[in-house]
Design a protein around this ligand. Structure first.
Ligand code: UT7
Length: 339
């Protein structure tokens, strides 16, 4: 009987959004001292999308994704109870972007808040939301992960401007008892890693001033090599921990969905775990690193190929440091459901 079965949170729809403007490696060659060859071989990125329209912000991209998701899943905005937005590029310091998205999509019966865990933001938000659905508290929750990285990137710094892009993706979570849905996650944080990846000013430690602007302290600061090393180790160990405690091996995984930070990081994780490249979702060449947006953008692009019951491992590593891995059993045949 259904009443006796464990409730899990199932992803019942997914929708992504990327802005139209393409910033290619060739464009970047004209902006900073770099080459298409360097960017391609060191990162795997060929182009990224940039939200260029004046007056537009993260909430506008997320509103596009959420409106698409509501249409696709035949869900009325007023039926949404909670929306969690994972981002490090909110429209404003406050209120949370989740509130602004809810206003823009006309969801009058919901509340929402933001989660800031940089590149692991979507995993943190998805796991939090899944627990609220499993508990029986809510029946329709939206998790949207996205970033407008172009708003915090110094386009004269070749070490960072070639990597990041803008984009987002949203999922609908609903309860299910059919043994699909979000199964388990290992989420980690180590604040000592903040020295390697952060934004120096704009918070309470160093509020915005003429000096901070002149010193370019409102942009991403990243020590790429240090982050690279921790990223591979962190994602591999989180995946191994999730597999071990669910009595699974990598052979049981149908799809690995890694955060898209660098093609070389993704390949190292796949190789380390012996997961064939056909099972690893990679779209970094088109979108670059969209921080909280990479994982939902992958799931959205692969939706047609996903089958009910597929074991999917999501993994991420980023600023904080934050990292983790989340195991889910996909809840519908993507090709049939793609409305
Ligand atoms: O998503 C959040 C988490 N972030 C990450 O996971 C990022 C992890 N790190 C990386 O992906 C890589 O470290 C980067 C892509 C950021 C950099 O690649 P790298 O192979 O680690 O390069 P590097 O920083 O060691 O730099 C190598 C050389 C340097 O020149 P010298 O000192 O050897 O003369 C850089 O100045 O490459 C130079 N360089 C560039 N050259 C051409 C750095 N950026 C560029 C560029 N074009 N865009």
């Amino acid at each position: 009987m259904n009443g006796d079965k464990k409730i899990r949170a199932a992803i019942t729809g997914i929708q992504g959004y990327v802005p139209e403007t393409v910033l290619s490696n060739i464009d970047l060659e004209r902006m900073v001292e770099t080459t298409d060859e360097w960017i391609t071989t060191r990162t795997g990125i060929k182009e990224r999308r940039i939200l260029k329209e004046p007056g537009k912000a993260l909430s506008d991209m997320c509103t596009e994704a959420v409106n698409g998701l509501l249409r696709k899943t035949n869900t009325a905005a007023d039926d949404i109870e909670l929306l969690i937005c994972a981002t490090v590029t909110p429209d404003m310091v406050f209120p949370d972007t989740a509130n602004i998205i809810l206003d823009k999509v006309g969801a009058k019966n919901a509340y929402g808040y933001d989660i800031r865990a940089a590149c692991s933001g979507f995993l943190y938000a998805l796991y939090t939301a899944s627990k609220l659905v499993e508990s029986g508290a809510y029946k329709k929750v939206i998790v949207v992960g996205g970033d407008m990285m172009s708003s915090i990137i110094d386009y004269t710094d070749r070490a960072t401007c070639v990597i990041f892009g803008d984009g987002c993706g949203a999922v609908l979570l609903e309860p299910t008892t059919d043994e699909t849905g979000i199964v388990d996650a290992v989420l980690k944080a180590d604040g000592a890693g903040r020295v390697h990846l952060h934004m120096k000013a704009g918070g309470s430690l160093k509020p915005a001033s003429i000096e901070t602007v002149m010193a370019k302290e409102h942009y991403v600061y990243q020590e790429g090599q240090a982050v690279f090393k921790f990223a591979v180790k962190g994602m591999v160990s989180a995946i191994e921990e999730v597999l071990a405690r669910n009595n699974m091996t990598t052979d049981d995984i149908n799809w690995l969905v890694p955060h898209q930070a660098n093609k070389r990081i993704i390949s190292s994780v796949g190789d380390f775990l012996n997961i064939p490249s056909q099972k690893v979702m990679v779209n970094i060449e088109k979108y670059g690193n969209t921080t909280s947006g990479t994982i939902p953008l992958c799931l959205w692009e692969w939706e047609n190929q996903l089958k009910k019951g597929d074991n999917i491992m999501l993994t991420a590593f980023g600023g904080g440091f934050t990292w983790g891995a989340l195991l889910l059993k996909w809840s519908y045949d993507g090709s049939a459901q793609n409305r």
